[in-house]
Design a protein around this ligand. Structure first.
Ligand SMILES: [Zn+2]
Length: 1022
């Protein structure tokens, strides 16, 4: 029988229960104050400080100096190792004994040379269990090591989380002692806490909330904190409440332990390795204690790190993968950015990831896992299906600033019509804490009520690691089936998705990209990283093609399998969702640029070796074309003298041709005008470059069409104030558009640099501000249908955004942007909130604005941010955010973009091919004088692009050729191969042969059918 509350006063009863478990108030007499019993100081603590991240065996050999609790150590990014000796008092027999360790750094406990647990105050892990129930025969004298990293879970931001790190921060250990831990108190505290949260979350409108209120109140009446024998009565009252069960229709929450670890962000890559170690060893401990506990874990790269740095932990992980508790998810090398990597890079993310998981754990992931990425390409569904993945989980679209995404569980249909089952955990988080609030939110926010009766709840500290705690597991287990709350089951992604699939009849479909209406500055921030990414993608493409051809030409050539894998993995690592977007600290930028340097140096050497095998070295020069069409371009050559000169060269499709200069049909004419402007003409285009470098006119001669809008000028640099609301490196806000200022101050007016013939060009310099300038060469080549702008910017701004505008004489409600293996349209108007929320969008090598029979394309060699509003095409060039990297983008930048007016549609005008040509330079190689031109591959029609040729992952004698339909049409194409191929098979993106689909080889080549934007991969057996 309950004690009768005196008054009908919900508030006093609720607050009474809250105070009973408060860690701030009344701890002298409440239950919380009894969590720990007696304590005892440690015998000795000694420390050793090092700037390096060293191994345990190296650390344990060092000289340790005495350390006193409270003493400081540092600075940031150093490591302080502690040697801790302790003697557990005999009298603690039968008690649970903990080492209590509180510090603002991130710690790892080492025992007997093995990592045994992470200790992170921010992650609610401050005690290491020495004994669950002390027995006489257990060792009482124990020595441990604690490795303390001088950084917190979120690095060491100066003043705010995302501020640049404070390089001189000091850290300390605030508490280090032995304590008796009262587990029965913790159990009751958890029950109280869940009841209090139910009272608060269910509110006054639900009778279940009042039942929780009176249960909690009576438990306080029954429970004497100082008399553990009173606990059982309180506990059975709680038990009765929590065991009142739900009806059959209740929603089921699939709880999965998770620990989102950014592969680099506010800390460098090297620290991430230790974050993985600390977080995962803790997760493995939880598995040992809780057989039902499961932990989902993504990013093959992190597994690879743990494998090489913590081999003992890795073999435990292998064991728990087998038991189904440690669940590798995602299938990718890292959780990459979802917008910027090329199509081939995205395939390689899965190829490297899935192959790693298969090799180490004998399994392929069945779900793509990208909870924290800034938008999702419309090609993902096709790429996922091609990699054996039919389910997708994220939640980031809940961050949309403008529109609320209408679904939590739905089918996502990609560019080519591929569909994947997609789930956004309705709690809008990937780092829940197992609290009532999380469960209630999961049910309430679900936008597919009545359609999907299952949801995921990912629990565990995240971003900087940390992961789940025992308390989170305890909370969730307590409310497995409690009337008023959703059912909770520890579950796996496979279980969740199979339930969702089984009941998918009422689910809606979302077609096209999942555009994040936030973080749109990440298409531009850290321009150097983006440029290097593009250049390295291009280089590896060429290395693979040249090496494949080298094998066909020269049987002694050895395909550089391991080196290429290593370089790809570096490139893929830098595509992590805080690196390529530019949202990382300066240290990470430095690491990333060094990795790119490695790719360049090693890639260039591989390319040279392959080209030397292609054509035996000789005194003559040849030109290598890696693209699947013939090219006829102006190329810079060295003709024996030191002076570089230009030549107009022809190069066959995927092949080599000796350098033979050809004569232009129409040489470029360059004519300076009296007003300081310069007219350039090449028979295709005529342009007027004004004194200030803008284009007063851009005329498409054959069509008699002016491309520049009436009364406007093309190539207009503009600068904006760029102060977001919080996420500095990430966000550009809509209001920045109101601060547009044209860059007008001329330092050096337009002057002729190349006077015509093969090339005409005009150079000029503008002042952006007293600190920044832009210098440009406007280039017109003979035969070339576009004008190039080779650009150099000295950039020393603060919170400014530099763009270049082309107002064009085209009217269309939609502009087209290149994405991975295809393109899509976005509106040029701001009718609805969904339209204007896309005021800054991403694209790859080109964007196009076309009306019937005429259009203009804007190409680039290293940029990703675009906007086309009404008839103005804008390319985003440089930003100047100050957090988390205070020096982001400061310095000198080089980049090239190009403008291309055309008749017809962009497909027929070869805009796609021109953008490839701009990005993949013809490469000069050495050859013997008698070399003749040859082509290894060609494809027709040109709408099908041969993107990749590489040796098959599974070995010699087999090649992979990947093609895609680029126009958005159904087509039958022919791939011609000019070397003997024994067999050809269709295969998936993981290069697994489809034995039902041989490809027929005829004398004309291999005939292939394509849907719009379909990716087709062939296995060619030599
Ligand atoms: Zn993240």
């Amino acid at each position: 029988m309950y004690h009768l509350p005196v008054l009908k006063n919900r508030r006093t009863l609720l607050e009474r229960a809250e105070k009973f478990i408060s860690d701030v108030y009344f701890t002298d007499c409440n239950l919380r104050g009894r969590l720990y019993g007696e304590s005892c100081p440690l015998e000795t603590i000694a420390s050793f400080l090092t700037p390096n991240r060293i191994t345990f065996s190296e650390a344990s050999k060092q000289n340790f100096e005495p350390y006193e609790v409270g003493g400081t150590f540092g600075p940031t990014w150093w490591t302080c190792w502690f040697k801790v000796s302790m003697t557990i008092p005999e009298s603690w027999r039968g008690k649970e004994v903990h080492l209590l360790w509180e510090s603002d750094g991130e710690g790892m406990v080492w025992r007997a040379g093995q990592p045994v647990q992470g200790l992170t105050k921010e992650g609610e892990k401050t005690s290491y269990i020495l004994s669950e129930c002390l027995k006489d025969e257990e060792p009482h004298n124990i020595t441990l090591y604690v490795e303390m990293a001088c950084n917190g879970l979120f690095g060491a931001g100066q003043g705010s989380m995302i501020a640049a790190p404070d390089p001189n921060r000091k850290f300390s250990v605030q508490k280090a002692e032995l304590v008796i831990f009262n587990r029965d108190v913790l159990k009751l505290l958890t029950e109280f806490e869940m009841l209090v949260d139910i009272i608060k979350e269910l509110g006054e409108g639900e009778q279940r909330g009042y039942q929780a209120l009176f249960t909690a109140n009576e438990m306080v009446n029954l429970c004497d904190p100082f008399d553990p024998s009173s606990f059982s009565k309180a506990h059975s009252l709680a038990h009765r409440f929590f065991n009142q069960r739900n009806g059959e229709s209740q929603h089921t929450v699939h709880a999965m332990g998770h620990c989102h670890i950014d592969s680099a962000w506010l800390w460098p890559y090297e620290e991430t390795i230790r974050k993985c170690g600390r977080s995962w060893v803790t997760a493995v401990n939880l598995m040992e204690k809780n057989p039902e506990f499961v932990f989902t874990c993504s990013q093959a790269q992190q597994f690879q790190w743990v494998k090489s740095w913590y081999p003992g932990l890795f073999s435990k992980i292998q064991h728990y993968v087998k038991t189904g508790q440690f669940i590798p998810v995602g299938g990718t090398w890292v959780e990459m950015d979802g917008n910027l990597p090329s199509g081939e890079s995205m395939v390689r993310q899965f190829l490297q990831g899935q192959r790693f998981f298969n090799q180490e754990f004998g399994m392929y992931c069945k779900e793509f896992w990208l909870p924290d990425t800034f938008g999702y390409s419309a090609q993902f569904p096709q790429i996922m299906l091609g990699c054996g993945i039919s389910n997708f989980l994220t939640q980031k679209l809940s961050w949309n600033l403008v529109n609320t995404f209408p679904h939590n569980t739905f089918f996502w249909e990609g560019l080519d019509g591929s569909k994947v089952l997609t789930h956004f955990p309705p709690g809008n988080s990937y780092e829940m804490k197992g609290k009532v609030e999380d469960l209630v939110k999961t049910v309430k926010n679900n936008k597919d009520k009545g359609r999907a009766n299952h949801s995921a709840a990912l629990f565990g500290f995240g971003d900087g690691g940390g992961g789940p705690t025992q308390q989170m597991v305890d909370r969730l287990c307590l409310v497995r089936d409690t009337d008023g709350l959703p059912r909770v089951q520890m579950s796996s992604p496979a279980e969740l998705f199979s339930q969702l699939q089984a009941e998918s009849a009422l689910l809606c479909t979302w077609a096209g990209e999942l555009f994040l209406e936030l973080h749109n500055g990440t298409y531009t921030t850290q321009a150097q990283i983006k440029r290097e990414n593009r250049r390295c993608e291009t280089l590896l493409h060429d290395v693979e093609i040249a090496s494949s051809l080298a094998i066909c030409q020269n049987k002694t050539f050895v395909y550089p399998v391991e080196k290429l894998q290593q370089l790809w993995r570096l490139l893929l690592l830098n595509q992590f969702h805080d690196v390529i977007p530019g949202s990382c600290i300066g240290m990470v930028v430095e690491d990333a640029l060094n990795y790119y340097k490695d790719i360049h140096n090693d890639g260039a050497a591989l390319l040279l070796e392959a080209c030397e095998a292609l054509e035996s070295k000789g005194s003559s020069s040849a030109v290598f074309n890696s693209l699947p069409w013939e090219r006829h371009e102006v190329v810079q050559i060295t003709d024996g003298t030191d002076e570089p000169s230009l030549a107009l060269l022809r190069a066959p499709s995927v092949g080599v041709s000796p350098v033979k200069e050809t004569q232009p049909v129409t040489p470029v004419s360059v004519t300076p005008q009296t007003d300081g402007s310069v007219i350039m003409e090449n028979g295709i285009l005529r342009t007027v470059v004004s004194k200030d470098g803008t284009l007063a006119s851009l005329y498409l001669i054959g069509a008699n069409r002016e491309a520049v809008s009436n009364g406007c000028a093309g190539n207009q640099f503009v600068i904006f104030d760029d102060v977001p609301l919080y996420w500095d490196a990430w966000d550009v806000m809509d209001y920045h558009l109101q601060t547009r200022k044209p860059v007008l101050e001329v330092v050096n007016p337009a002057q002729v640099v190349s006077s015509g013939g093969l090339r005409g060009s005009v150079g000029f310099t503008l002042r952006i501000s007293d600190k920044s300038t832009v210098t440009q060469e406007v280039i017109m080549d003979t035969m070339c249908p576009y004008i190039k702008f080779n650009t150099k910017v000295q950039w020393a701004e603060s919170h400014k955004f530099l763009k270049v505008e082309f107002p064009v004489r085209v009217r269309s409600p939609n502009a087209t942007y290149e994405i991975q293996f295809g393109h899509l349209q976005r509106p040029t108007h701001w009718n609805t909130s969904w339209d204007w929320a896309r005021f800054e969008v991403w694209g790859h090598k080109w964007a196009d604005l076309s009306e019937h029979n005429f259009g203009v394309a804007l190409l680039n060699d290293s940029k990703y941010g675009y906007s086309v509003h009404k008839n103005t095409m804008t390319l985003s060039l440089l930003r100047a955010p100050k957090a988390p990297d205070a020096t982001a983008d400061m310095g000198t930048h080089h980049f090239t973009y190009a403008i291309m007016p055309h008749t017809g549609c962009f497909q027929d005008a070869s805009v796609i091919q021109c953008a490839y040509n701009l990005n993949f330079p013809l490469r000069l190689i050495q050859c013997r004088p008698e070399t003749e031109a040859w082509s290894a591959f060609s494809v027709s029609p040109s709408s099908v692009i041969l993107e990749t040729i590489k040796q098959a992952e599974d070995g010699k004698g087999a090649f992979v050729a990947r093609l895609y339909e680029s126009h958005g049409g159904t087509v039958t194409a022919t791939l011609r191969i000019n070397f003997p191929v024994k067999e050809a098979w269709h295969c998936d993106l993981l290069e697994r042969r489809d034995t039902t689909q041989p490809a027929r080889i005829t004398p004309e080549g291999i005939s292939l059918n394509f849907r719009p934007f379909e990716i087709v991969t062939l296995l060619l057996i030599l």
